[in-house]
Design a protein. Sequence first.
Length: 121
Amino acid sequence: MITYRCDGCGAALPEHALRYTVKIDVRAAYDELEVGLLDLVREHRQELIELIERLKDKDPQEIEETVYKCIRLDLCPSCQRAFIRAPLQFHPEQGARETEIDIDEFLRSLGYGRHSTDEET
């Protein structure tokens, strides 16, 4: 059985559970170049050598990510709503549970502390 994890809150998403996929393509934007005849016949060897020299000590992944990066997220319904509301301000904690967890009640359910129906003695 395949189990996914929500990339927002970390909740387990079983194979057939409702989940959302967000795909973000980040690409370098360039203005259109006008290439003329002089550009085509000009010698580009020195420019290429300089470019290779500038890039030779850089991490290949870093170079690639300056041009293109694809980000894919699996989100639970709660995180999907938080993402839709504010995609540029999305943080995992925004997609946390819709209902608050009462820690005291949870601990009482495990037998710790007093239940609200316990009489003081």
